[in-house]
Design a protein around this ligand. Structure first.
Ligand code: RP5
Length: 177
């Protein structure tokens, strides 16, 4: 995919470490994205303009990352009909709970898909699921990633550092037999 489909916007450059997690996952799935900074409180006009212009620029999904009283995802959602995924950041003394509540407690009519605190990887995967609705190649790639993640959990059962393991037969789906 050589067209920017996902816009990643942060409330501050100090959120860069969290944005990198989204970037890594989007890159691994071959989804083109862009990253920028605009603050709902400090540069509100830029945040609104970015959101208003995103659709006509070809962006399909926006990931908005912010900490503290994290208004950015909601402000972006207020200015665009595109799906907005909010990532609350642990940026202060409340450990991200402040941002989590700000991002998740949106008023009816202005939805934001709220991820967990610092969960930018999930934000990228959620964005990928939205894009995959009209991209069967990406759908296959994501199924492959999901099955690889499952295989690594299964493999991790083989060494539990001496603790007594449940037998593999415990995982047979008896209802299917
Ligand atoms: C939020 O305030 C930003 O998203 C960031 O997480 C937090 C702190 O920002 P800085 O003071 O580091 O710029 O708006």
């Amino acid at each position: 995919m050589n067209k920017t489909l996902v816009g990643v916007i942060m409330g501050s450059r100090s959120d860069l470490g969290i944005a990198r997690k989204a970037a890594k996952t989007l890159e691994s799935l071959g989804i083109d994205f862009e990253v920028t900074v605009a603050s709902a409180h400090r540069t509100p006009e830029d945040a609104a303009s970015y959101a208003r212009n995103a659709g006509s620029r070809g962006i399909k999904v926006i990931i908005a990352i912010a900490g503290l009283s994290a208004a950015l995802p909601g402000v972006i959602a207020a200015h665009t009909p595109l799906p907005v995924i909010g990532v609350p950041v642990n940026a202060g003394s409340l450990g991200g709970i402040d941002a989590l509540l700000s991002v998740s407690q949106m008023p009816p009519g202005v939805p934001v898909a709220a991820m967990g605190i610092d969960s930018a990887k999930n934000a990228a995967l959620f964005a990928a699921r939205i894009i995959a609705l009209s991209n069967s190649d990406l759908q296959l790639k994501m199924l492959d990633e999901t099955s690889k993640a499952g295989e690594s959990v299964t493999a991790s059962r083989s060494d539990l550092e001496g603790l007594p393991p449940a037998p593999e037969s415990a995982f047979i789906n008896l209802e299917e037999k």
